[in-house]
Design a protein around this ligand. Structure first.
Ligand SMILES: C[S@@+](CC[C@H](N)C(=O)[O-])C[C@H]1O[C@@H](n2cnc3c(N)ncnc32)[C@H](O)[C@@H]1O
Length: 207
């Protein structure tokens, strides 16, 4: 089966046009769980920053990273216009270990599912280095229950279990939907592509 691994130009082209995920506000799944997310937050692959801005508006100290300059430029512009402080940085999420800060929580809305198997391992190792012990990752990815092949590769529960083994405890995997812009609503399952909302706790080995 062909696996769709988007590269940098895929994302550059998406932002030059209308990116399907770039909705006008935060993903509803994060709004629904916002009360459970504590402390400082890293938004990995933040795009134009709507989720990061939502949590910063709720009083969290938030850093948002994306490897493309254009979405970070737009995110900074929104932060200035809305007078909401967020530390937006152009940075590769495969280099998280170089971030000098650690976080209570990490959110990942649509990043994990873009990586190849090899990069997925690097990314998860980097997540362990930026999350404080007992910190949690709140991850939303395309689910293997979404039919078809349009969009990112589908992720199964077994994929999640394989990715988060040592140093991690998967606390929940719940079915949800990504919201996409109206122009893409006909492409996926009605109501938005089927997704998993995953909560993973970072644990210290030996504890
Ligand atoms: C599907 S979009 C989701 C954007 C945002 N989280 C949202 O919910 O609107 C994935 C984002 O990850 C970014 N991205 C892809 N690979 C990355 C990498 N290696 N490091 C940092 N950002 C990356 C893309 O530029 C894009 O903005």
């Amino acid at each position: 089966m062909m696996i769709n691994i988007p590269d940098r130009s895929t994302f550059e082209n998406a932002y030059a046009d209308k990116a399907p995920w770039d909705i006008a506000g935060p993903q509803p799944a994060y709004v629904a769980i916002a009360g459970q997310i504590t402390g400082s937050i890293l938004d990995a692959g933040c795009g134009t920053g709507e989720n990061a801005l939502f949590f910063a508006n709720g009083g969290h100290k938030v850093t948002g990273i994306d490897y493309l300059e254009e979405p970070i430029r737009r995110a900074k512009q929104k932060a200035a216009e809305r007078r909401v402080p967020v530390n937006f940085l152009v940075m590769d999420a495969l280099a998280l270990a170089t971030l000098p800060e650690t976080f209570d929580s990490v959110i990942d809305s649509g990043l994990f599912h873009v990586f190849s198997d090899e990069d997925r391992k690097k990314y998860v190792a980097g997540l362990a280095s930026v999350l404080k012990p007992s910190g949690r990752l709140y991850l939303m990815c395309f689910s293997d229950e979404e039919p078809g092949v349009v969009g990112p590769r589908r992720i199964s529960k077994a994929d999640l279990q394989a990715a988060f083994r040592d140093h991690w405890q998967i606390e929940s995997v719940q079915p949800t939907h990504f919201e996409v812009i109206p122009a893409f609503s006909h492409v996926f399952t009605a109501g938005g592509p089927k997704a998993w909302f995953v909560i993973v706790k970072r644990i210290e080995l030996g504890l």
